[in-house]
Design a protein around this ligand. Sequence first.
Ligand SMILES: [Ca+2]
Ligand SMILES: [Ca+2]
Length: 197
Amino acid sequence: MIVTGDMYTYNNADGGGHMWNVVAMDDGENYIVDVTNCDEGTIGAPDHIFLTGCDGSVSQGYECKWGTGNAMWVRYTYDEDTLAYYDGAQLTLSSEDYEYVPQEDPDPPQPLLGDVNGDDQVNAADLLRMLRYLNGEKVDFDESVGDVNEDGRIDLGDLIRLLKILISSASSGSSTPAPISSKPGNSPSETKTPPTG
Ligand SMILES: [Ca+2]
Ligand SMILES: [Ca+2]
């Protein structure tokens, strides 16, 4: 939003009419953006009055500092029009500089090399699936993770590499890839407790 008022600097203690922006950011705070005074040769150049933390209040005005020198602050006061048009919450500025925090993807896609049947596990089922794929059968096959040895094509070399991966992970006792149940449908982790009595 655009606000108006007076702007005071060290060289201009009486203030002068000015127009600037107050921007509501994604952190729920409002920040000052005074692009006019971030231009080359102005007091705020290059970005001192851009999403900068300011101390003060809506009624008393805000002082934005980016250092301790005389020419390293600007004070802004809202004029009556601005105070009448916006409510106080809209004009309240953050005392801290805005910090951009990239939103983390809560569930980033993790392509699992070799998981050609797309069940998020690399196991013998993928080996079998690849065998059928290479045999020319029409099977669901995720080619994006099929190039296991990463040589740019999907062929017997990938089948062998996948086999080696499965053998090495089995011998190292790694929990991933998941163990294969000999009986499909039965969870290998399921254990039956004999009845007591
Ligand atoms: Ca799989
Ligand atoms: Ca390959």
